[in-house]
Write a protein of this length. Structure first.
Length: 203
């Protein structure tokens, strides 16, 4: 019988650019910190409104459980997609082809999208239009599978009509109540870890 004793060793390929004060340990936009190919945690980018502290804590918690987790900070993470009904933010959320290609290399996408309900669902749709992998949504405000399915996003619980499907990827799990800029509670970390583990293909 083989049994692991002690710590799980991870090698993380660090970014070229320095971290920003607002984002804690998270680096600037348009960067990726790679640690294997299990999970990619997608962050909007550090800024006054997009406090990224929960992403770091979630990443650490997943790595502690032996789940190799990389972090991708989106270059155009602020605002909303151009086709969203609320475009009053003054900036557009977007995904570069290279970012989509990086996300596609992973088994699961953990998408952290903040606290504005309409922004969350339209940002998720844009990401999942461009990548075909299962996703877990982590947000501050209450959202459910019906919210995403209503705009054509495939979900595990509610599926849009076939003619209305507008994504390649599918939302498998949702975790809400993860507050920006506040230490993530242990019960939320445990919930995220448990749901990620249920989504992972057998190794």
């Amino acid at each position: 019988m083989k049994q692991r004793i002690g710590r799980h060793l991870s090698f993380v390929e660090c970014r070229e650019s320095r971290g920003l004060g607002t984002g804690g340990g998270l680096a600037a936009r348009a960067t990726i910190s790679e640690s294997g190919r299990d999970v990619v945690a997608i962050a909007m980018g550090p800024g006054r409104r997009h406090i990224t502290k929960p992403v770091c804590e979630i990443t650490y918690a997943l790595r502690e459980e032996g789940i190799d987790t990389s972090v991708l900070v989106i270059n155009a993470g602020s605002g909303v997609p151009a086709d969203a009904p609320d475009v009053s933010t003054g900036s557009y959320f977007g995904l570069d082809p290279i970012e989509a290609a990086r996300i596609q290399q992973f088994k699961v996408a953990l998408i952290h999208l903040g606290n504005v309900r309409k922004h969350i669902i339209y940002k998720a749709r844009l990401i999942l239009r461009n990548v075909d992998i299962p996703a877990i949504i982590v947000a501050q405000c209450p959202v459910d599978f019906e919210d995403f399915a209503a705009i054509g996003i495939k979900t595990r619980v509610v599926m849009p009509r076939e003619e209305d499907i507008d994504t390649k990827g599918e939302i498998r799990e949702i975790v809400t109540g993860v507050v920006r800029g506040v230490t993530c509670s242990q019960d939320k970390l445990d919930e995220i870890v448990s749901k990620i583990q249920s989504m992972m293909p057998e190794r």
